[in-house]
Ligand binder design. Structure first.
Ligand code: PHE
Length: 353
């Protein structure tokens, strides 16, 4: 067999192995085997010089043809393997743009804020405006100007959060009025009456604080909504009519309202307002503790002593005020047995509203 024949069979082996190479790495290994520095074809090409002069032209021509054939086979196979690899990658990374996207849940207003908004809207419709006052309040506004005597039990340290200064004493303003967290929204009545002449029709929603341990019916911080009306000729009948309108709007036309005599230092006469139980309609059942009625707010006619503190003439003007807890209203409206649910931030609960 001549060298030329050897070269041709080497070429055929090489081309067959190139065509069988299953990936680019295998192909490269075949290339090195033939055309690398120590490759078998390279060795022959290098050895051409030492051939007898008469063999050189034929062997040189054939080995060159073989080299070109092997290189052509290599680049053709490389091309095939590269595009196969690219196609596999594209298939693996394909995105189905027709799949539905992942939805982000939209947040909702907290149920208590929703209740406050609903109540505010009801009274805006009656011509009231919204007023606000500070949560860090003076004893004067929270108690004194609301006709609480100096020794009134609500002032006690165990009921009221007092603000302390750096020495640990209860902070005071001008050495006189203690600083505290308001225990109700009624001090907003005083602020409004100090700065505004009657007629006054305001609603004052806001947070209030009491030294209570959280339990199903108490929270140390909760939300109150205060109402105040001062005008000429305002009567207890106006108060009752207003509250009846509100209760039916809030809880439904079939609910009834009951006023029970009560006492508040800043209203006289005062009353507590009950709404008939939604479950039994007033008969008495488990849900209302057998009473048939559920307490929802406190109210009364503005005490003339309060008018005295703010300089409103009690001979000319009369007024009424009411105050309710938003958490309690929400609990009654939705049948929630534990007020703590409103402040625990459990999304499973909050998402229902
Ligand atoms: N401030 C009273 C309370 O927190 C409620 C109230 C407001 C009563 C206005 C009468 C008038 O209990």
């Amino acid at each position: 067999m001549s060298i030329a024949d050897d070269l041709r069979s080497m070429r055929d082996d090489a081309v067959r192995r190139i065509d069988q190479a299953s990936d680019l790495e295998a192909l490269e290994a075949v290339r090195i085997e033939y055309l690398g520095k120590k490759g078998s074809l390279t060795a022959i090409l290098r050895g051409l010089g030492s051939l007898p002069a008469d063999e050189r032209p034929v062997v040189g021509k054939v080995s060159n043809e073989v080299r070109v054939a092997v290189e052509d086979a290599l680049s053709a196979r490389r091309e095939t393997l590269r595009s196969a690899r690219m196609e596999a990658r594209i298939a693996a990374e394909a995105v189905d743009v027709t799949l539905p996207g992942r939805r982000r849940r939209a947040g909702t207003e907290h149920v208590i804020d929703q209740i406050v908004d609903e109540i505010v809207e009801t009274f805006l419709g009656l011509g009231y405006t919204v007023a606000e006052g500070p949560e860090v309040e003076l004893d004067y506004y929270n108690f004194t100007a609301l006709n609480h005597p100096p020794d009134h039990p609500a002032r006690a340290l165990q009921d009221t959060f007092y603000v302390r200064d750096l020495s640990g004493d209860v902070a005071t303003v001008e050495g006189e009025s203690d600083v505290l967290l308001r225990t109700h929204t009624s001090p907003v009545q005083v602020h409004v009456m100090e700065r505004q002449e009657p007629p006054i029709y305001v609603l004052a929603p806001g947070k209030v604080y009491r030294r209570d341990v959280a339990d199903p019916s108490h929270l140390p911080q909760f939300t109150q909504i205060e109402g105040l009306v001062v005008d000429e000729g305002i009567t207890f009948g106006d108060l009752k009519g207003t509250l009846e309108f509100f209760v039916k709007r809030m809880f439904g036309e079939d609910r009834r309202v009951r006023l029970r005599p009560h006492f508040f230092p800043f209203t006289e006469p005062s009353a507590e307002v009950d709404v008939s139980c939604a479950i039994c309609g007033g008969e008495g059942c488990r849900s209302c503790g057998g009473e048939g009625w559920l307490e929802i707010l406190g109210c009364g006619m503005v005490d003339p002593n309060v008018f005295g503190y703010v300089g409103i003439d009690p001979e000319r003007y009369t007024g009424f005020a009411f105050g309710m807890g938003a958490e309690r209203i929400a609990a009654l409206k939705y049948g929630i047995p534990d007020l703590r649910l409103f402040v625990e931030g459990d999304m499973r609960f909050l998402r229902q509203f």
